[in-house]
Design a protein. Structure first.
Ligand code: GRF
Length: 216
């Protein structure tokens, strides 16, 4: 039976689309079903992509939690993450894929997934240990202009509480090109992401299957 994959998004959702397409192509590309999408942004275009593909989705809104805890943003995030884990687990996924998900996941979200045996991976547009966090492509581009780096890359990695620092599953280096615009670099990187998000998801599911067999 195809594995159950839940996808977290915040924006355009082109990587979600790549996953949907791969899961609906040959099962050797990705033997998985995208069962649900959660967005922390109401206007994320990825929500439309999910609807167009007949996939259910949830908008999980941090602002509502901030309103309930106006003087304690930490508590608001904690409560948000607790409920995020509940929303995820209610869908009984095997694997969660963060595909352009722009919200840092705290142990309040990660621990319940771990306890339930649900793996979680993330796509990050930088090489391991370089440009953690937001705007990684722009920061790499600027570093190249300053002559500090000659290549950047993308990775798919397991998610831990430290942002963009979990064990890598796939690392793909991308050479920087002199005179290239930021937009062209972004497009080149997205093209690599769209292939590797499906490969990384498949590899995480294969690893999960292997671990299940050895623990049986
Ligand atoms: C990707 O570049 C991803 O690596 C980054 O945000 C972008 C999301 O793009 N973290 P999309 O929403 O999948 O189109």
């Amino acid at each position: 039976m195809a594995s159950r994959v839940l996808v977290l998004i915040s924006g355009n959702g082109s990587n979600l689309q790549a996953l949907i397409d791969a899961s609906r192509a040959n099962p050797s590309t990705l033997d998985a079903s995208i069962i649900h999408v959660i967005s922390n942004k109401k206007t994320a275009y990825g929500l439309k992509r999910a609807a167009n593909a007949g996939i259910s989705s949830t908008y999980h809104n941090l602002l509502a939690y901030k309103k309930e805890n106006p003087n304690n943003p930490q508590e608001a995030r904690q409560a948000y993450d607790v409920d995020l884990a509940k929303l995820i687990l209610a869908q009984t996924p095997d694997l969660v894929v963060c595909a352009g998900w722009m919200h840092i996941l705290s142990p309040a979200a990660l621990d319940p997934l771990k306890e339930a045996g649900v793996d979680i991976i993330n796509l990050h547009p930088a090489l391991p240990g370089q440009f953690d966090g937001a705007n990684a492509i722009e920061r790499a581009y600027e570093a190249f202009q300053r002559g500090e780096i000659t290549k950047t890359g993308i990775m798919i990695h397991y998610v831990i509480a430290a942002v963009d620092r979990g064990t890598p599953i796939i690392v793909r280096e991308i050479e920087m090109i002199k005179g290239e615009s930021l937009e062209d670099l972004e497009n080149r990187m997205h093209a690599v992401e769209h292939v590797e998000i499906a490969n990384g998801t498949r590899m995480a599911l294969e690893e999960r299957e292997k671990n299940k067999q050895t623990s049986e």
